[in-house]
Design a protein around this ligand. Structure first.
Ligand SMILES: [Zn+2]
Length: 415
């Protein structure tokens, strides 16, 4: 209810533009990461902090739009899939599950791999016994994306997988910088989730590997002179030393093969560009709620995150628009700087979703005042008592609808 009141408070001009954007908007949804902890019998993710960190890793990775068709068996259209359990690496073959629209079902867990073994492994689920008509089989294999079919695939439509974390290692479980001698769950979970989205493991990725280098055009454009050849390690990771950028600053790519203890890495524009090359559409800059339009609702989602001035690491749908890991006023400026916010049709960003935060004088004038207005309003809300906080919580809950609590895995990767 408070939401309606706030929306009504927006300047009428903005409301009109928002309606225009919606009409011009491209209908595409965001994947829903459904983490299912039922196969984590060792309790690696028993602690709520670890589940929250995995969910946040999903938020950091899940900046893509796509329409994943539901998998709904019926009659003679039946299936099972090959799943590797995350707790003991034993195979299972779940029968005739329904996978809802846009959902990717992820089974996270801990397994006591050897201390010299990998930090984590992602196992993408594979269709196993598949019977019925050809349209049904195609839906299971591609999630309704024609480009994902066959050996010449240019797209990818996953439905499930498991994420195995090595329980023999020492982990830092939260969002604070990892302690010395421990591995950063946030970084490594984000790395594994990118595998689950197809990095290194999908046919569409392998189709862009030529003589040990990745030749996806978006990745090459993002790589720039620092990485002229985009060499790969083992065909599923960037070569050691590969760098991308985060908020315009150079950073070690998260999809390099190894992690050091105490190291934190987050997805760079290079990592994300490779996902674009293998078939994912990047969410538009500023489309925090990923509804296909950049509107005042996106600012409300940022405010509702409750993370607006906390200074921690936050994900895309919590408002980290400029990708620098923080949700703060710079993100409001980044939204306004898109040029989409106060006019023009909605359009997907043609290049990297990571923005360099502009100086205020480079911002569309109406939007500076809008961002300022929003900041002031949010700060006022912060000072109101418990009723306003509960409003923020409810908005927070709705903002997180896109990410259900659940899990993922990647294949043949050391992390
Ligand atoms: Zn890996």
């Amino acid at each position: 209810m408070a939401t309606v009141g706030l929306r009504g408070a927006w300047p009428p001009m903005l409301g009109r533009f928002a309606a225009a954007w919606l009409l011009a908007g491209v209908a595409a949804a965001s994947p829903i990461l459904e983490f299912d902890y039922s196969k984590d019998t060792g309790g690696f993710f028993a602690a709520p902090e670890r589940r929250a960190t995995l969910s946040l890793a999903g938020n950091l990775v899940n900046r893509f739009l796509d329409d994943l068709a539901p998998i709904v068996p019926s009659g003679t259209n039946t299936w099972s899939y090959w799943l590797t359990r995350p707790d003991n690496l034993v195979y299972e073959f779940p029968q005739n599950e329904t996978i809802p629209t846009n959902v990717i079902r992820i089974f996270p867990g801990g397994s006591s791999l050897s201390d010299s073994g990998p930090l984590a492994i992602t196992y993408s689920a594979i269709p196993w016994q598949l019977a019925g008509d050809e349209a049904w089989k195609a839906t299971v294999r591609t999630r309704g994306q024609p480009g994902a079919a066959g050996t010449g695939a240019t797209d990818y439509g996953p439905f499930a997988g498991s994420l195995v974390f090595n329980a023999s290692k020492a982990w830092s479980s939260g969002t604070a910088a990892p302690a010395a001698g421990t591995y950063d769950l946030l970084s490594i979970a984000a790395h594994e989730l990118l595998h689950l989205f197809g990095f290194g493991v999908s046919q569409s990725f392998q189709n862009l590997v030529v003589s040990g280098s990745f030749v996806g055009p978006h990745a090459l454009a993002a790589a720039g002179p620092a990485n002229p050849h985009l060499l790969l390690a083992g065909q599923s990771h960037w070569a050691a030393g590969t760098t991308g950028t985060i908020a315009g600053l150079s950073a070690t790519a998260i999809m390099n093969e190894t992690f050091a203890a105490g190291e934190r890495r987050l997805p760079t524009d290079l990592d994300r560009a490779a996902l674009q090359d293998i078939g994912w559409r990047p969410a538009a800059i500023g489309d925090v709620d990923r509804d296909g339009a950049v509107t005042p609702d996106d600012l409300l989602v940022i405010g509702a995150s409750g993370a607006f001035t906390a200074g921690g690491i936050h994900g895309w749908n919590e408002g980290d628009v400029n990708g620098d890991g923080l949700v703060n006023p710079d993100d409001l400026l980044a939204i306004s700087a898109t040029g989409l916010f106060n006019g023009g049709p909605y359009a997907l960003a043609a290049t990297s979703p990571v923005l360099v935060v502009p100086e205020p004088d480079g911002v569309v004038p109406g939007l500076v005042s809008l961002a300022t207005w929003f900041c002031a309003r949010y700060l006022r809300q912060n000072r109101v008592g418990t009723s306003r906080r509960s409003w923020r919580r409810s908005r927070w809950a709705s903002a997180r609808v896109g990410i259900r609590s659940a899990g993922l895995r990647s294949s043949n990767s050391w992390s």
